[in-house]
Design a protein around this ligand. Sequence first.
Ligand SMILES: Cc1cc2nc3c(=O)[nH]c(=O)nc-3n(C[C@H](O)[C@H](O)[C@H](O)COP(=O)(O)O)c2cc1C
Length: 402
Amino acid sequence: MSCLNDFRVKLGGKEYAPLMLGGMGTNISTAELVLALEKLGGIANLSDAMMMEVCDRLFGTTYSIEKAKLNMRFKGQEDKTGLNFNLDHVRDATMRYVQSVMEKATGNGLVLINCMEKLTMNDTLETLKVRLNAALDAGIQGITLSAGLHLSSLRLVSDNPRFREALFGIVVSSRRALNLFLRRTKNLNRLPDYVVVEGPLAGGHLGFGEDWRDYTLGDIVRDVKEYLKSESLDIPVFAAGGIFTGADAVKMMTENGADGVQVATRFTIAQESGLPLNVKKAYLNSKAEDVEVNHASPTGYLMRMLKQSPALQGEMPPNCEPYGYLLNHGKCPYCTQWWERRKDPSIEKTRCCLCTHMKLYNVWTCGANVSRLKEVTQKDANGNWIIPSAESIYNDYLFGTR
Ligand SMILES: Cc1cc2nc3c(=O)[nH]c(=O)nc-3n(C[C@H](O)[C@H](O)[C@H](O)COP(=O)(O)O)c2cc1C
């Protein structure tokens, strides 16, 4: 029986084992996790979600305090039009973080960054432009564009000296989304270097509506591969969402034509993952019935998480002044619901203050297979979970045959 390590995928002219770690925000796919895989020759995504808060925690910077001070006058106000992000700070934070990772990379693997395009920061295009260019200027090897898929993103970096040398990938959940992106970028003469097809069993936000159960990852991968072939495009496709073992990965590649897989849930409990130990334990102890797909995210996208997520309990005032990553034209759907509920408490609470809760690791987002983590993890003699290293999970994917 073949194992995943028998296969290779080519990116930027170099061959790699066809396993990519997906970006996990906020700071769950940490520098330590990504670098542990990169050292083994792996492909791994950092996350650029809430970069200023991540820097404050890692480097003792004060971006969020300064942001809160700058925006104090909006506190308690429903309309946050005019609440600003200092784009120099966004750039500084991204540069500082990415540089600190790239300094430690060995060159064996690939360090990418997952850029969540839905982080609008009250000025969608300008902030996206700053984040993308800063990551490139700091030496990131590639950018995975995800969540919201802004059709102009490649144009925002087309003047960057690294535009043709760095890798670009996009996350899509359908042939249609890929087609739209390729049409919009046609005259840039710059194709994506890889495509991640994310199916309905993934963690984080989903690119599907309420009918997500009607789709299967294998079908979408086949459809996307057919489309690429019909356009005579040779772009590697990574299948994501529910690939729990090396055998699942091999099956997805041999039966549906994927060139590789992107995974995340297995690595949430790695020693190097940013999740606190109590959250790793919650993932390990979870049962299948604890997982739900809900409307809690103010992005408007469905999100999969454990029902026990602290973000789903209680309610907190919107914290846009220090965070505000989901603001657009002064509004965020959570703020809107918060103010509506102040006026009419009978309005049902469906949203959470995602920025605050993501920062506090209160959103226990996970793939559909999270309850299977206990099948691939051991307990010690005292009955405590043995938290696996990233290397052991990586090797289990590559060399395991289950
Ligand atoms: C804890 C967690 C956080 C995630 N955060 C992000 C994110 O910030 N951006 C993104 O594009 N995808 C995110 N994802 C999706 C993963 O990158 C990946 O595509 C998907 O979860 C793979 O499926 P699997 O978890 O079943 O292996 C997240 C997934 C998990 C489990």
